[in-house]
Design a protein around this ligand. Structure first.
Ligand code: SAH
Length: 341
């Protein structure tokens, strides 16, 4: 099988080339074609000899992902892309426009094994991890299709990024490398349902990214019920890992809390949340739960506002996430579900 060239870091490409008797600087030229000029066809790499281009095409493939549907919101400028991967699987990315620039939400896996019971991405189960190139191509294709520059990236689409740890780390390295997209990891957020061992591992990289933790409940009993991952790593273990992460990286953590009426939005929940998070350097993002057809969860505006005000009075930094792309079901996982049914 041919090697996936878009998933290689520059040093890997250079040493491959040396192994086949080429000069190392060729690696840099090819890398620039792929990641800066984004030419994904060896034939068009005009500063390489035709013999080298032929040799490259024998060893490597240049991966592709194809847009099969584009949904544009008529409320805001949110655009959702449904991509077909080279093996026929589907994933989604969502492009959102904010005051500070364009943000792209990308997928990290085809499906998800985590089983959070309010989430559309996990209902049909897990198929496979995304490769490094499939994550990068979501960024490159979105820029090409929209003609817009992407200023920030969130790993909050389909999948659990820390469950695809090695590929995600490599993706982040290539994304922030000076040749190519060259995006500071300060402009990247990574969201996890709480794979504690991987949070400790991630801390060691000391990336500048924002770590988001999907908390969504304030007792183990409730969290076990809506997020099965909690049976593996409970709230206390998760918060201990967060504390370690903040100490090691010096970065504030962001907690996600999908507010579900009658499930996790009582006065007691708010009080417990204050107790849990008061001592952490963090921010709380309240998300009105996105209704999916498989569950009858819903959010209640008044309950949400009073939940927020209790948190603020308790000294927490809590904001309500703006809902973008409501008319195109912009929450990840929903389009793929419809398409594959
Ligand atoms: N697996 C990662 C990232 C993907 S989900 C994680 O769990 O963090 C991105 C965010 O959307 C998570 O906070 C997730 O819990 C939340 N989410 C999923 N389904 C939702 C829904 N129906 N309503 C509101 N938020 C949801």
């Amino acid at each position: 099988m041919k090697k996936d060239i878009l998933s290689l870091e520059l040093n890997e490409l250079c040493s491959d080339l040396e192994n086949i008797g080429e000069k190392k600087f060729r690696g840099k030229q090819i890398y620039e074609w792929l990641h800066t000029k984004r030419i994904h066809n060896f034939e068009d790499m005009s500063n390489l000899s035709s013999a080298l281009r032929t040799k490259l095409s024998e060893i490597y493939c240049i991966n592709r992902i194809n847009v099969v549907r584009t949904l544009e919101s008529s409320i805001d400028n949110t655009v959702k892309y449904l991509y077909e991967l080279s093996d026929g699987n589907h994933i989604e990315s969502v492009m959102m426009e904010y005051k500070h620039g364009n943000s792209l939400c990308i997928s990290t896996q085809v499906g998800c094994k985590m089983g959070c019971n309010f989430c559309a991405s996990t209902i049909a189960g897990f198929k496979r991890h995304l490769t490094v190139s499939e994550m990068l191509l979501q960024v490159y294709e979105a820029e090409k299709n929209s003609g817009k520059h992407i200023d920030s990236i969130v790993l909050m689409g389909i999948g659990e990024p820390l469950d695809n740890f090695d590929n995600v780390i490599k993706f982040l390295k290539i994304l922030s490398f000076e040749i190519g997209k060259n995006l500071s990891l300060r402009h990247v957020s990574l969201s996890t349902c709480g794979l504690v061992d991987k949070i400790y591992e991630l801390a060691e990289y000391k990336f500048g990214l924002t770590l988001s933790i999907s908390l969504h409940a304030t007792t183990d009993e409730k969290r076990n019920e809506i997020m099965p991952v909690n049976k593996r790593h409970n709230i206390a273990e998760l918060l201990q890992a967060c504390k370690d992460y903040i100490e090691k990286t010096g970065r504030r953590i962001s907690f996600e809390y999908a507010v579900i009426h009658g499930v996790n939005d009582t006065h007691e929940d708010a009080t417990r949340l204050i107790k849990l998070l008061k001592k952490l350097n963090c921010h709380i993002n309240l998300i009105p739960v996105n209704e999916i057809k498989e569950r009858n969860y819903r959010s209640d505006k008044n309950a949400l506002l009073s939940f927020q005000s209790i948190l603020i009075k308790g000294g927490l930094n809590a904001t309500i996430r703006r809902t973008l792309g409501a008319d195109i079901d912009a929450a990840c996982g929903q389009l793929r579900r419809e398409y594959e049914l």
